[in-house]
Structures are given as structure tokens and as C-alpha cells.
Design a protein around this ligand. Structure first.
Ligand SMILES: Nc1nc2c(ncn2[C@@H]2O[C@H](COP(=O)(O)OP(=O)(O)OP(=O)(O)O)[C@@H](O)[C@H]2O)c(=O)[nH]1
Ligand SMILES: [Mg+2]
Length: 333
């Protein structure tokens, strides 16, 4: 794209043009190195118009009801005159290819609303299970005027950390089953949560949902809160009946107020941009290694040597990095 094209695209995104928004996200997600430069230019143009929205990460194990929750929650926010962008990241979609379709149908009402934008991100290039460009896609959405961005991610461990590194609020959904165990969710993930909601609190499951919420509340007393002014809140909700969805938004607004007043949101975002820069550096180094034909040739041999214990992983890593840096900057080797 030429410079004026990018400027034009940026302008259309800022005007809230849907086609432009979709094109812009496709551009930031592109793996073509040339597109990368265009994407950087575009993001630079959009950056001053980002930051006003609230960024919410929604996580939980497969099937806990993340998409159903977002559908309910999103529709309600739009009825309250917000505009809602949903970025769904599914680390498993690469294999099954099915869940994204499922998301579209699960968010049927929301996806038909004018003030909603739903974008499943390909998880092909992942940073801890989150598409590498999700953060940038989120910025594009904010520039297009969306004031709430929801990022759905399947709880498989690393992805929650990555999502918490790009959002203001981290919402963890749990299921009523499991009671006092943490349902295979690592303690670290619970520690990241600002708000925990036990979903599916409807029908026969109401009692066990309440019980689960009580035991989580209890368990959380033992953990150090992520923010000194905010003890992780635990509630129940039902994405089916809509029970507790209002309360979830009220909690998010309260959390936002507390964290704005004590400077946590600003501090989190501050840390996030730097963390992201370093993630990007690491990923880019690995990518450069794999893309370099000469180095790529050495990788299988080194991997085999490491597997057979002929060389330590550390030494193999050093050899690759030295080869890369040596070629790029004329240093080492
Ligand atoms: N009873 C009840 N069932 C629910 C509720 N929310 C979701 N479900 C059901 O749980 C199943 C999974 O819901 P999804 O919204 O797709 O869950 P998800 O967490 O997005 O799943 P993945 O994206 O595959 O990880 C569906 O059959 C939903 O109908 C709820 O509040 N109550
Ligand atoms: Mg889903």
C-alpha cells in the first residue's frame, strides 16, 4: 500500500467504517513482512485515538460459557448505548477449525447488532495461545470508536497470562461443578482474576453454583490480591437466563473506578506496553531464526543433537543465536 492509502485507511477506521476496520485488522494480522511495515504505519496513525475504551479479558475452560456470556453481556451493553468489539481467540481452532464457527452462532444476536463487531482471530501465530496481533486488533477497534473490547480466550494456561497482559480487567468464568477444587485451573490463573463468575447458575445448577462461589470466595482469602485496593470478587451468573449479568457490569465499573483512582489501570497499561515489546522481540528472534534458510538448515541437526544428549539445550540455543546475530550484525562466531 502507498502512504496515502494507509492514511486513507486510517481515516476510514477513525470514521468508524466497518469495511475499513475489517481491512485494517486483516492488515495487522498479516504475516507478510511488507504488510508489517504498512501495519506499523497504520497503527502509528491510530494510536493517538486509542486508550479510552475498557479492555476486558474473558477466560475459562472450554465449554464454561464464555461465548454465551459475551453474547448476553454484549447485547446488554449495546442496549445501554455502548459499542462492543469482541476478539475471540481460540488456540485450538487451528486443529479443529470448528470452534470459530460455533462462536458465530453462539453470538448470533450480538453479531447482528450494528454497534457490535466480532472478530475471531486466527491463532496460527500465537503468543501464549493468544493470536500475536490480538493486541493490535484491539487498538484498531478502539480507534474505530468501540468503548468496550472483550477478548475471549480458552483457558489452557499461558493464554490467560497473555490476555491479562493486554486488558484492564480479567474476568474468569468457572463452572458450578467442581466445588472447592479449582477445576484443573491453575492457581496462577485464579490469582490473575479481578472478577470470578460461576456461570450456569440456572435450573438445577443454582445451588451448586452458589456453593462453588462460596468456596472460591473462601479460597481467595488465602491469596494475595492482584491489586491492594481490590479483593477479587466472586459472583454467579447465567448466560442463559441473564441472571447476574447486570451485576457483572456493575462490578467491572466499580473496579474501573477503583483502579483509575489508584492509578492501577495506568500502571498496568504502562507495564503492558513494555512487556509486549519484549514478547515481540523474543517472537521476532525465533521467527528470524526459522526464516533464515541457512539457520533453518541447522535447526534439525541441533535438535537431534539435543535430543540425544550430545549437546545441552543451552549450548544449542547459544549457537543459533550467535549464528543469527553474527550474520545480522557481524558480531560473534
Ligand atoms: N445451563 C447453562 N448452560 C450454558 C450457559 N452458558 C453456556 N452454556 C452452555 O454451555 C455450552 C458451551 O457454551 P459456550 O458459550 O460455547 O462456551 P465457551 O466457553 O465459549 O466454549 P469454547 O469457546 O469452546 O471454549 C453450550 O452448550 C451452552 O449452551 C449457562 O449460563 N447456563
Ligand atoms: Mg467460545
Amino acid at each position: 500500500m502507498t502512504k496515502p492509502d494507509i492514511a486513507q485507511l486510517a481515516e476510514s477506521v477513525l470514521e468508524g467504517n466497518r469495511g475499513a476496520l475489517a481491512r485494517a485488522i486483516t492488515l495487522v494480522e498479516s504475516r507478510n513482512p511488507e504488510h508489517r511495515r504498512d501495519a506499523e504505519q497504520l497503527l502509528e496513525a491510530l494510536l493517538p485515538s486509542t486508550g479510552d475504551g475498557i479492555r476486558i479479558g474473558v477466560s475459562g475452560v472450554p465449554g464454561v460459557g464464555k461465548s454465551s456470556f459475551i453474547e448476553r453481556f454484549g447485547v446488554q451493553l449495546i442496549e445501554e448505548d455502548h459499542s462492543v468489539a469482541v476478539l475471540a481467540v481460540d488456540p485450538t481452532s487451528q486443529r479443529t477449525g470448528g470452534s470459530i464457527l460455533g462462536d458465530k452462532t453462539r453470538m448470533e444476536r450480538l453479531s447482528r447488532m450494528e454497534k457490535a463487531f466480532i472478530r475471531p482471530s486466527p491463532a496460527g501465530e500465537t503468543l501464549g495461545g493468544v493470536a500475536r496481533r490480538t493486541r493490535e486488533a484491539m487498538l484498531v477497534c478502539e480507534a474505530a470508536g468501540f468503548d468496550v473490547t472483550l477478548i475471549e480466550t480458552v483457558g489452557i494456561g499461558q493464554s490467560e497470562t497473555t490476555v491479562s497482559e493486554m486488558t484492564d480487567v480479567f474476568l474468569l468464568l468457572l463452572s458450578p461443578a467442581g466445588g472447592d477444587e479449582l477445576q484443573g485451573i491453575k492457581k496462577g490463573v485464579v490469582e490473575l482474576a479481578d472478577i470470578i463468575l460461576v456461570n450456569k447458575a440456572d435450573g438445577d445448577l443454582v445451588a451448586s453454583a452458589n456453593q462453588a462461589a462460596a468456596s472460591y470466595r473462601n479460597a481467595l482469602r488465602m491469596l494475595k490480591p492482584r491489586d491492594p485496593d481490590w479483593q477479587t470478587k466472586v459472583g454467579t451468573c447465567s448466560a442463559h437466563t441473564g441472571e447476574g449479568i447486570d451485576e457483572a457490569w456493575r462490578l467491572i465499573l466499580e473496579l474501573k473506578r477503583v483502579m483509575t483512582d489508584n492509578g492501577t489501570i495506568a500502571a498496568r497499561r504502562d507495564d503492558q506496553v513494555l512487556a509486549w515489546m519484549w514478547r515481540e522481540v523474543k517472537e521476532s528472534v525465533v521467527e528470524a531464526l526459522r526464516r533464515d534458510p541457512q539457520l533453518a538448515e541447522r535447526i534439525p541437526g541441533l535438535e537431534a543433537a539435543v535430543r540425544q544428549g550430545e549437546i545441552t539445550p543451552t549450548a544449542a540455543a547459544r549457537q543459533l543465536i550467535e549464528a543469527l546475530l553474527g550474520e545480522r550484525f557481524g558480531k560473534a562466531d
